[in-house]
Design a protein around this ligand. Sequence first.
Ligand SMILES: [Ca+2]
Length: 397
Amino acid sequence: MWQLATFPMAWQTNSKWLATFVLWLFCGIAESSTLAAIERLPGYHQLPSGQRFQVELIATGLNIPWDMEFAADGALLVTERPGRLILIDAQGARELDRISDVLMRGEAGLMGFALYQQSRDQRYIFLCYSAQKGLFGVENRLVKALLGRFGLLQQEQLLSWRGDKFHNGCQVAIGPDQKLYVTTGDATEGPLAQQPESLLGKVLRLELDGSIPVDNPIAGSAVYSIGHRNPQGLTWHPGRQQLYVVEHGPSGFDGVPGGDELNLIRPGENYGWPNINRAEQRAGLVAPLYWWERSVAPAALAFSGSEDRGDGRGKGLHSAEHLVITTLVGESLIWLELDRAGNPLSEHRMLHQQFGRLRALTPGPDGHLYFATSNRDGRGQPAAGDDRILRLIKVAR
Ligand SMILES: [Ca+2]
């Protein structure tokens, strides 16, 4: 008998990955969404290719949503930076749990997470958050827990490292290789990002039990790449399986403001912070794939699939794809068009200043792109209903 639980995990995850991508590729006007919309907002948003979108409101009244991911059963999980884990399903939104030792200070708090469906009945969550260390210190923690119907069970700390009021990174995702990837910030001490023995200013890679993968670039170390300032978004190209990371550039005290980066991450490479910035070149350091002169504060990113720019039948050299990036300062969804080799071609800003600061972002199992505002984070101007979760719906041209 056909049972999902009997398939090996790698098959399930890779196929889910592919299914999401394929759905997004081919759904024109998909209405098979699992989450009911509160309302479809008036107005259309168009890409230069002519593809049109509308925005639907999914949830209101959240408090600084930081990360979102759909579970295998179609429920949407959301972290709120003050420490709550929210579950949204067909019955609406409810608090699933509250992480008791979260410290919210400055930019710190409960941040990224990733889900792992071990079997039909057993699913895990990996959480990254800040906690108090000593009297005045901040520590970031990576915690694994069983995700039960009524909250977290069997919490286990896999790793901890020094945090700060600012620059904590703290995004988590599981790669197509079934490893756990975690971003860490420089905790406002740039030179630490250049020290391979420090866990700060890095992309880390771990096994799902917290041990160090044997094929990591530095033997016995979780460090996967170095020289990052404050990376908070990561995703993989669904076909090439390459890792893309966005990070915040300097904000004045540590360099000329601006210079936010998109990097293509390769194991063992040095992405240059704080020694190079923007398009500067230096031997042994990797310049960004793309960067922004004026700060947009890129928060999260996801691939959207192909947009046919050619003859309408998906043929020829004109087929391209987009990386969609939420921005906080930029208050928009950036659509970065890439050619087939992954080189950035053009940038289009959508929803500019319509919803304020945008952070959390995830593709849905319905093929739509879900994103959330971050207007209650102390740097925004909350509107009625903020913070909100929204979704972008493709509509017929
Ligand atoms: Ca995540």
